[in-house]
Design a protein around this ligand. Structure first.
Ligand code: UGA
Length: 421
């Protein structure tokens, strides 16, 4: 928002994060974000605070972007943090203002929050709640925010207020750049977001299901994906078979979507997402099986795991297939050593019992099998000769189909991909 030229106050309840942000440090790894942060702090357009009072007094446009994690022991989304923002902020707002929700929420949430906000705020009907879902990808957050492929806004159709005009003003530079701006009701806007993530998850699980058939038939899923991907109706993106999807969004979003559809009496419509989830989780089990096959037995084996983040260019390990596979293999008696270019600290915090190495080579020291589980450029560039001297056995399983099988085989390695002969 500051980069788009606005005066911005960032609010967080985590004082450690605020301290870092104020010092121009991003508290997670996101390429290019630190420069944007520093540039805008220096320009005086961006400040941070923990005070809701200050936020309410400062702004008449509020963006709500807190987490909606999966509830413990349930599929549904935990809306505690979203609700807390409204119950804390709304009573402090005294004049006309708009709150734009960006969090991924179950359909119906915006409507409920609108009622709550109007009840709690001295501004009453002058406080509007609209929904403006976020489609950015981790690792491409800056690019996706400054050059999104679309903007979606859901407004309360029963109370046509200022929300659309305010959004058009906030996003004016993007709208002038001809970025599609779709205005709809709040329920549709909420569903756009969950449907987009459900579609992406389905696309990945589709190719992973086909990859299981390819394995059974001795076919190659990577060539198959290239071939079907040339059909513009299908498209090649998000057709990479491997250990599947993870992260803080896709897995919990498809579950929350199923839970919400159930509450609405439309559960049958989304039963296929249960299968999407099953196919995805089966990739992790398959990876463990392949590692066991490679070692004979996992008991006492030494396993190198390259990659811990749920995808490259991120230090996020939430529901990461890589870390999950590493953990399962360790639980079955192997000594596992993990290396990731950026996610070491987060991995240690989540899985302190795994072994960690400072470099890919150190992780591969004495390994019976090397697993590539996140397709970082650093791993794509690995040369068989680089690892020849450190491993115990020259066996590599490519969980992201990101290396050249021929090259590794030509140089004397046993190479296995997922869904490849
Ligand atoms: C996802 C969506 O792509 C964003 O549009 C959305 O805004 C975001 O969730 C969100 O809801 O906030 P993100 O979680 O950053 O973004 O990650 P993706 O790039 O979608 O990747 C998700 C997972 O799918 C990763 O584990 C990745 O390795 C895996 N993946 C992706 C595959 O296994 N195969 C593919 O072909 C593509």
């Amino acid at each position: 928002m500051a980069e788009l030229g606005h005066e911005v106050l960032g609010v967080d309840v985590d004082s450690a994060k605020l301290t870092k942000l104020e010092a121009g440090e991003v508290p997670f790894y996101e390429p290019g974000l630190e420069e944007v942060l520093r540039r805008n702090i220096a320009a005086g357009r961006l400040r941070f605070t923990s005070s809701y009072e200050e936020a309410a007094a400062f702004a008449d446009v509020h963006f709500l972007g807190v987490g909606t994690p999966q509830k413990k022991g349930e599929f549904a989304a935990d809306l505690t943090y979203v609700d807390a923002v409204i119950t804390t902020l709304a009573p402090l707002i005294t004049g006309p203002a708009v709150i734009f929700g960006k969090s991924t929420v179950p359909v119906g949430t915006a409507q409920r929050l609108g009622v709550l906000a109007r009840e709690l705020s001295p501004a009453g009907e002058d406080l509007e709640v609209a929904w403006n879902p976020e489609f950015l990808r981790e690792g491409f957050a800056v690019q996706d925010t400054l050059h999104p492929d679309r903007l979606v806004l859901g407004v309360d159709r029963d109370r046509p207020g200022r929300a659309e005009d305010v959004a058009r003003e906030v996003y004016s530079t993007l709208i002038e750049d001809d970025i599609p701006f779709l205005v709809t009701d709040v329920a549709t806007a909420e569903l756009v977001k969950t449907s987009a993530n459900a579609f992406l998850a389905t696309k990945i699980s589709f190719i992973n299901a086909i990859s299981e058939v390819c394995e059974a038939a001795g076919a190659d899923v990577t060539v198959l994906a290239d071939a079907i991907g040339h059909d513009a109706r299908i498209g090649r993106r998000f057709l990479n078979a491997g250990v599947g999807f993870g992260g803080g969004c896709l897995p919990k979003d498809i579950r929350a979507f199923m839970a919400r559809a159930g509450e609405l009496g439309a559960d049958q419509a989304l039963t296929f997402l249960r299968e999407v989830d099953n196919i995805n989780m089966r990739r992790r089990t398959r990876m463990v099986e392949l590692a066991r096959e490679a070692c004979g037995s996992l008991l006492g084996a030494r396993v190198a795991v390259l990659g811990a983040a749920f995808k490259p260019d991120s230090d996020d390990v939430r529901d990461s297939p890589a870390l999950n596979v590493a953990g399962q293999i360790q639980l079955q008696g192997a000594a596992v050593t993990v290396y990731d270019p950026k996610a070491m600290e987060n991995s240690r915090a989540l899985f302190p019992t795994l072994g960690y190495a400072q470099t890919a080579f150190d992780a591969c020291e004495g390994a019976d099998v090397v697993l590539v589980l996140t397709e970082w450029p650093e791993f794509r560039k690995l040369q068989p000769a680089d690892l020849d001297a450190v491993v115990r056995k020259r066996v590599l399983i490519d969980g992201r189909n990101c290396l050249d099988p021929q090259q590794w085989r030509d140089e004397g390695w046993t190479y296995r991909g997922l869904g490849r002969p």
